[in-house]
Design a protein around this ligand. Structure first.
Ligand code: HT7
Ligand code: ZN
Length: 873
């Protein structure tokens, strides 16, 4: 397969000033007539992308071209044109109902009831019409939709409405004009039977905007929370970044058939229903937060992505990393900032760190790709956001705002690069941010080593910081990157010390940021009376792995005393890592295990920690993160050791206090969505799981009762998972009950499939295979495939990594079947093989045979082939 390289970037030879599109919509066959006003930029033929299009007509400046006058090969239409401008007209036919890849124009739902919609990012527009389908071609769009009124009563496209009417024959039309030049990947249309909820919004700069959220009739009453989130997002972007919405209408549409979370098409966002619908009976607290975050994310793209877009797909993180950062800041403002940071860092460690350490590792700005769809990754999104966070931290709140203002003003209506972004932020602040470019070009998670030496005679503490980034796939040599380290020093009573660095005349605050910008640097702190405990990387000030030889007692001091919730949790995570090492090594009386359980038992009994933070503190790193602490990776042993540490914790707290606290929380149970109620549910879940390790019968009885009485999905699903994990025979009845209760509710059933797919142990494969026989299971729906196969392969280490390799072979077989329907989904699931090389020998051999067998096939999609080729290396 061919490789696209950043180094080969060349500006477009022809750009498109205006596009006029007319759709004659039909489920089996849609005709698209396109008129493009093209302008020459270089002395080259005109080249347009087009895939899977039946070409019906082609003309240049009103003259129809015959067969010898163009070349159509390998998805490119090439025409040699004289002159500097021309009008190109094409008419093509496409087949939406046959489009199972969900890229381009496709059908969501059934033939008789479903609706038509588009997905164009990254390269879907070329499945709709011939066009220079690249993000640096920005054009003004006019779109006319024509369709049968009874079958397609609602017709939507991005931009402002510009007329509608009847055509006779029961057909109607609607036209839309988008005044903002945009790249083709932001184009969208939707047509079908949809209901809506609406809200009249006035922007801070006085524009009246009609907000409409559209969904099929059976779920329209679950869109209220999304509307609420949208309004808050719009207000937040006005307040925080001075950004106003810029069209007269804003549409949001929900679909159950979508390859990703959502899509920021200009004026017409399209959402996977999973991230738009929410109601207490079928959504968990986590899902409510996801809806809020994804609605905000897509809305924020209107500026970071749409008004200023990407020059090429290598710059993807320019819009995605920045927009994730904006979304994270919004969620932190709407909810609890420390809890949000805990959630984000946990996700980074669970999803991005393993990616960065394995064969699929790539820089936040990759230098080459063979399939761009495979680069919508945790690295581009989550690590990309961490890079923006470092820049924002470097500039400070006001400096960052000034920088963003300049970035938006300077590049409005343009397709920009990461260099442009750093330059604008820097220029607005007289700062040189170019050293941060190294972060964008280099894969791998830097290791930050910290070594402290206390000199009693000099009353000094010398903190030596060193960095090293391990070699990654195809990138052996690494350079130093700027690492901002926010830090405090604590004495042994838990008090934070005022900080004075060598050479400074006065002590400053108790917290400050030092930047390690080379391989090694020593920072010397003065006026220190006793060896302090350093609290490093506060707020996770850089996306690195900290290696510091803490004694368990030192971490326990931070866990008990650090006033910042995030750092308290972080100290707990570090200490839990050491406690895990004790359990792994069979050291049941290890000092770390004792320090961890004692500190947490004291915090539990002391009552000084709020419910939400306590629930987080009682959750050690998961099995996937703990893999890193294992030389020979055997998921079974990891689980056993992790369960042992949790059992030790439950014993230390005591079964009776666990029961008592659980009962108190149960008595206070409600379905309310406020933060304290959510925290109570979260803590209740942790307590039930801990109780199951020391009083299985008591926990099962309580979980069954909780399932029966739950006022909402959070409690119901948590109870079901606990019973199914710890008392599986008693789970049969409630599992069957849940299935009946939510029959027909796709999102609730997805959770039912996922919960069972994640139940640990070698029996999981048989369970998953049985679930494939459920009438609601289908390989055609991405959410369903993710919930059963994705959850099993990526979130059930003991189930998927069976020593006999049976699950690997089974997944390989399914990947081939999925790939024939939807390559993007197959490729994403295949990333489950990412870490096979570091498994213990028996599993490694089994996985290798399967990966090599798949990689040798020549009948798979480019998406899946690309992942397999990299994983197999
Ligand atoms: N920008 C969106 C990306 C996206 C996408 C990419 C490839 C294939 C399908 C897709 N659907 C959406 C998502 C986002 O807002 O980040
Ligand atoms: Zn995005």
């Amino acid at each position: 397969t061919s490789v696209i390289r950043l180094a080969d970037y060349r500006p477009p030879a022809w750009t498109v000033e205006r596009v006029d599109l007319a759709f004659d919509l039909g489920i089996d066959r849609t005709e698209v007539a396109a008129t493009l006003e093209l302008v020459r930029q270089a002395d080259e033929p005109m080249r347009l992308n087009g895939e899977g299009l039946e070409l019906l007509e082609l003309s240049v400046d009103g003259r129809r071209l015959g067969e010898g006058e163009y070349i159509l090969a390998n998805g490119v239409l090439e025409i040699a044109v004289d002159g500097d401008r021309c009008t190109l007209a094409t008419r093509v036919a496409i087949r939406p109902a046959e489009n199972t890849a969900l890229e381009g124009l496709y059908l969501s739902g059934s033939r008789d009831k479903g609706f038509l919609l588009t997905q164009c990012e990254a390269e879907g527009f070329r499945h709709i019409t011939f066009f220079p389908d690249r993000p640096d071609v920005l054009s003004r769009y006019t779109v006319t939709l024509r369709a049968d009124r009874a079958r397609f009563p609602v017709l939507l496209a991005g931009g402002n409405p510009d007329g509608a009417g009847e055509l006779g024959d029961g057909r109607h039309w609607a036209r839309f004009v988008d005044p903002h030049p945009k790249p083709s990947y932001l184009f969208a249309v939707v047509a079908g039977r949809l209901e809506r909820i609406s809200h009249d919004y006035t922007t801070a700069d006085g524009r009246a905007v009609a907000l409409h959220i559209w969904a099929e009739a059976d779920v329209i009453d679950r869109c209220g929370y999304a509307m609420d989130s949208l309004i808050r997002s719009m207000q937040w972007d006005e307040r925080t970044y001075g950004r106003n919405y810029d069209l007269d209408v804003f549409h949001v549409v929900a679909t159950h058939d979508f390859n990703m979370g959502a899509m920021e098409n200009k004026g017409l966002n399209i959402f996977n229903a999973k991230y738009l619908l929410a109601d207490p009976d079928s959504s968990t607290d986590d899902e409510y937060r996801h809806v809020e975050a994804v609605v905000a994310h897509e809305y924020f793209h209107n500026w970071s992505g749409n008004r200023v877009t990407c020059r090429d797909w290598f710059q993807l993180s320019l819009k995605e990393g920045l927009t994730v950062f904006r979304e994270q800041s919004f969620s932190a403002d709407m909810n609890s900032a420390p809890l949000k940071r805990i959630e984000d860092v946990a996700l980074l460690r669970r999803a991005q760190f393993p990616e960065d350490a394995g064969p699929l590792s790539h820089p936040v700005r990759p230098s080459q790709y063979s399939e761009i769809n495979n680069f919508y990754t945790a690295t581009v999104y989550e690590k990309g956001s961490e890079l923006v966070r470092m820049l924002a931290g470097h500039l400070g709140r006001d400096g960052f705002r000034k920088g963003m203002d300049l970035y938006f003003a300077r590049h409005d209506g343009q397709a920009a690069t990461i260099e442009d972004f750093l330059k604008a932020l820097g220029d607005a602040n007289d700062a040189d941010l170019s050293p941060y470019l190294a972060w964008y070009g280099q894969a791998g998670t830097p290791r930050l080593t910290a070594e402290g030496r206390f000199d009693a005679a000099q009353r000094r503490y010398r903190l030596t910081l060193r960095q090293r980034t391990p070699a990654t796939a195809g990138q052996p040599a690494k350079q130093a990157v700027p690492i901002p380290v926010r830090l405090s020093l604590f004495d042994h009573s838990g008090a934070a010390l005022p900080l004075r660095l060598e050479g400074e005349d006065r002590a400053g605050d108790t917290e400050r940021t030092v930047v390690l910008d080379g391989a090694e640097h020593a920072f010397v702190f003065e006026d220190i009376d006793a060896a302090p405990v350093p609290s490093l990387l506060r707020g996770f000030s850089a996306p690195v792995i900290l290696e510091c030889d803490y004694l368990p007692g030192e971490l326990a001091i931070l866990l008990r005393h650090d006033p910042d919730g995030f750092n308290r949790w972080e100290a707990g995570q570090q200490l839990a890592g050491l406690a895990y090492d004790d359990c792994r090594d069979g050291n049941v009386d290890g000092s770390a295990l004792r320090a961890w359980t004692r500190a947490l038992a004291d915090l539990f009994a002391g009552g000084g920690v709020d419910d939400a933070l306590l629930a987080e503190l009682l959750t050690p790193p998961g099995e996937i993160e703990l893999v890193e602490r294992q030389a020979e990776r055997d998921p079974e042993r990891i689980r056993i050791a992790r369960q042992a540490m949790l059992r030790a914790l439950a014993r230390r707290i005591g079964a009776e206090p666990l029961r008592e606290r659980y009962e108190q929380l149960r008595a206070a149970t409600s379905a309310a969505l406020d933060a304290p109620s959510q925290a109570q549910r979260q803590l209740k879940r942790r307590l039930l799981d801990l109780l199951a390790l020391v009083d299985p019968a008591g926990a099962a009885e309580r979980a069954l009762a909780q399932y029966g009485q739950a006022p909402g999905m959070t409690d119901r699903l948590a109870a079901l998972a606990t019973v199914a994990t710890y008392a599986s025979p008693s789970a049969e009845e409630p599992i069957a009950h849940f299935r009946r209760r939510y029959d027909g509710n796709a999102l609730a059933l997805d959770k039912w499939f996922a919960m069972q797919a994640m139940l640990p142990g070698a029996e999981a494969l048989a369970r998953v295979q049985a679930l494939e026989g459920d009438p609601a299971f289908t390989l055609k729906n991405p959410n369903r495939v993710q919930s059963l196969l994705g959850s099993f392969a990526r979130a059930n280490p003991t189930g998927f990594h069976r020593a006999d390799g049976a699950a690997y072979r089974w997944l390989a077989d399914r990947l081939v079947a999925i790939d024939a329907l939807n390559p993007q989904v197959a490729a994403r699931i295949a990333t489950a093989f990412n870490g096979w090389k570091r498994l213990e020998p028996v599993r490694r051999e089994a996985a290798h045979a399967v990966v090599a067998g798949l990689a040798a096939r020549t009948d798979l999609s480019r998406d899946l082939t690309d992942i397999l080729a990299r994983v197999a290396l």
